[in-house]
Design a protein around this ligand. Structure first.
Ligand SMILES: NC(=O)c1ccc[n+]([C@@H]2O[C@H](COP(=O)([O-])OP(=O)(O)OC[C@H]3O[C@@H](n4cnc5c(N)ncnc54)[C@H](OP(=O)(O)O)[C@@H]3O)[C@@H](O)[C@H]2O)c1
Length: 126
């Protein structure tokens, strides 16, 4: 399967590594320093490549969104349309979202995507 990763930090980067180890193709995107993305892709190996958030969105049968809460608007703007994509959303929000869960709130930002919230037991940051 092809998986686009928007935000390849502790969560997104480690998910990409585990998915590549399992045989999937991953495209890492959305960094303040593209050289960091390239280093991460090199460390993951030949199943990993880098690109823009829009390329990750187009590439992925599944797309992972794993950026800080404050960076979500920019990430989604750069990603462009996610209609019909399965979007795995790892993001957390710790404040009040007017009674909505994080996933409910973010689904409203990408109404065409099939959003799935992700909760990592114990974290996968190691
Ligand atoms: N679902 C869960 O169980 C769980 C567990 C832990 C965390 N989370 C959430 O998952 C998300 C990612 O967490 P993380 O620990 O992987 O974070 P992280 O290590 O800081 O990774 C964030 C990624 O976003 C990129 N990024 C692009 N623009 C950015 C900007 N303006 N500011 C900051 N980062 C930017 C960073 O790239 P560069 O650093 O290369 O710029 C980095 O690759 C967060 O929303 C966090 O709250 C969820």
């Amino acid at each position: 399967m092809r998986i686009g990763v928007i935000g390849a930090g502790k969560i997104g980067g480690n998910a990409a590594r585990l998915l590549a180890d399992a045989g999937h193709e991953v495209l890492l995107s959305f960094s303040r320093d593209p050289s960091r993305l390239a280093d991460r892709a090199t460390a993951i190996g030949p199943r990993a490549r880098t690109g823009t958030a829009a390329e990750a969105a187009a590439f992925g049968d599944v797309v992972i969104l794993s950026v800080p809460w404050s960076a979500i608007p920019a990430a989604l703007e750069e990603a462009g349309p996610l209609d019909g994509k399965i979007l795995i959303d790892t993001t957390n929000h710790f404040g009040d979202l007017e009674g909505l869960t994080t996933a409910q709130h973010n689904q409203q930002r990408v109404p065409g995507a099939r959003l799935r919230g992700c909760w990592v037991r114990g974290g996968c940051c190691g």
